[in-house]
Ligand binder design. Structure first.
Ligand SMILES: Cc1cc2nc3c(=O)[nH]c(=O)nc-3n(C[C@H](O)[C@H](O)[C@H](O)COP(=O)(O)OP(=O)(O)OC[C@H]3O[C@@H](n4cnc5c(N)ncnc54)[C@H](O)[C@@H]3O)c2cc1C
Length: 450
């Protein structure tokens, strides 16, 4: 059944020796890799397709953007998974459609015409990308934070802004370069703002001669009435107080009206800035269109109790791209949901392949949400407990180190954190595209659409 394709994709001989049911997984992020691992001992052929060659632990992207960590410390090649999993093959390519009637996904592989890849089971775990709520022109001036490229470009912009400020004679322009605006008061905006504030106050403090980096303005804009609304009033207030303590200015209840090369207009007020970062929203890839399936208001595919796409018991959607109601509330787009759903779907498929029936519907076990507000301060919200402070920060650090993909990532991050904690130094202060930063007239850096 799969002979032609196997030849085309040059799958290793071990995978085609016997005809096994093929599970195609689209997306090698948190959900997709969890599903692949759950199928390790199942007699199936697993084909994992991702448009990137690497897995990224997104919760630490903000630390790459603010120079604490480097790209490779929070990422790993997806292909490395096949070292320890015989039944897994990895393809780098972009899936551009699904033919549910023919049971094939359409893959656009670099420099080759589109290929059709047959599946017996399909798991869609394509995640989300930043959305500008219809104002796509903002993306040129205000990158979102979703990929390693985004994080590197944000780092370039931040470090480049200080370099420009150091060279600038006009005090207004200098102030503009030293004003950083973050749009969106969710966890990503809060974490980024806090880390940036601490970078200016410590790491960069004595590195310049004409400017004082600790006088930089970091402004966090939020359209709602408070930051981190999902964490409840008490933790939101604590996070606000902590951010203010480290020098972040918070403006709530303000809607962004325009973003251009000179800065931001919010609630009718222009804020001159050469660095604007967008963390206000994400949306899923258009799986609903591919599958002809219903989506929720956020664009996520509405799935059934086994995370199957209605009408297609062999197709599953998981993680940020799936809309699941539990106790009449939509599940949040967080790592734990993707991880648990990936494992669950892998087990459902394993049961079906082995002829076992009677799987229980998926139920998310909420272990709580965490957010970090700079060094030494984190928040934890569970159903029974709301807590914050230094001990919570230690728990946050431990959980995040343990969630990294491989031992090599854990050791490297631990070492970097140790050095950063005790010296204040951030070793990844590299401007990767200096040409763009130094361009006369401070043109916006090229931004790759998602
Ligand atoms: C900046 C940031 C901070 C975050 N912080 C936290 C946090 O502190 N705690 C928390 O719990 N969650 C956090 N999250 C959310 C968490 O990372 C996501 O919920 C989780 O990654 C979702 O997993 P997923 O498998 O659904 O998608 P992802 O992990 O995003 O993986 C999707 C994969 O699909 C691939 N892909 C997409 N489209 C295609 C296509 N057409 N063809 C082939 N491949 C494709 C992508 O390249 C990617 O590898 C954060 C997210 C971001 C962006």
């Amino acid at each position: 059944m799969h002979d032609e394709l196997d030849e085309a994709l040059r799958l290793p001989e071990r995978a085609v020796k016997e005809i096994l049911p093929r599970v195609v997984i689209v997306g090698g992020g948190i959900g997709g890799t969890a599903a692949a691992r759950a199928l390790k001992k199942t007699p199936v052929e697993v084909l994992l397709i991702d448009r990137r060659n690497h897995y990224v632990f997104q919760p630490l992207l903000y630390q790459v953007a603010t120079s604490v960590l480097s790209e490779s410390e929070i990422a790993s090649p997806i292909r490395q998974l096949s070292d320890s999993q015989e039944n897994l093959s990895v393809i780098m390519g972009e899936v551009v459609g699904v033919d549910t009637a023919g049971r094939e996904v359409v893959v656009d592989c670099e420099n080759q015409s589109a290929r059709r890849v047959p599946y017996d089971f399909l798991i869609l775990a394509t995640g989300t990308h930043p959305t500008y709520f219809g104002n796509d022109r903002f993306s040129e001036f205000a990158p979102g934070l979703k990929t390693l490229t985004d994080a590197r470009r944000i780092r370039d912009r931040i470090l480049g802004a200080f370099e420009r400020a150091e060279l600038e004679d006009d005090l207004n322009e200098q102030k503009r370069h030293m004003t950083f605006v973050l749009v969106g008061g969710g966890p990503a905006g809060v974490e980024l703002a806090a880390s940036l504030a601490q970078m200016t106050a410590t790491t960069l403090r004595s590195n310049f001669r004409r400017i004082d980096p600790s006088s930089a303005s970091i402004i966090l804009l939020e359209g709602g009435k408070s930051i981190l609304p999902a964490y409840g009033d008490e933790l939101s207030e604590k996070a606000t107080a902590q951010l203010k303590k480290i020098g972040v200015e918070i403006r709530t209840g303000v809607m962004v009206e325009n973003i251009d090369a000179d800065g931001v207009v919010a609630a009718g007020v222009r804020i001159p800035s050469s660095t604007v970062i967008w963390t206000a929203g994400v949306k899923p890839f258009p799986l609903g269109d591919w599958l002809g399936a219903k989506t929720d208001r956020a664009g996520r595919v509405l799935v059934g109790p086994y995370l199957e796409v209605p009408g297609h018991m062999e197709v599953f959607a998981i993680g940020d791209t799936a809309g699941v109601l539990q106790d009449n509330k939509p599940l949040p787009g967080v790592a734990q949901v993707a991880l648990q759903q990936g494992k669950y779907v892998g087990n459902v498929i394993a049961d079906r392949v082995r002829g076992r029936v009677g799987a229980q519907p998926f139920r998310y076990n909420d272990k709580g949400n965490m957010a970090v507000v700079g060094k030494n301060f984190a928040l934890l919200q569970t159903e029974k407990m709301h807590t914050s402070g230094f001990v919570t920060w230690l728990i946050w650090a431990f959980i995040h180190i343990m969630s990294l993909p491989h031992a090599q990532n854990r050791i490297r991050v631990y070492t970097q954190w140790f050095w950063w904690y005790f010296t204040g130094q951030r070793s990844s202060r590299i401007i990767a595209e200096p040409e763009a930063v130094l361009s006369k007239g401070q043109k916006p850096l090229p931004f790759e659409p998602h």
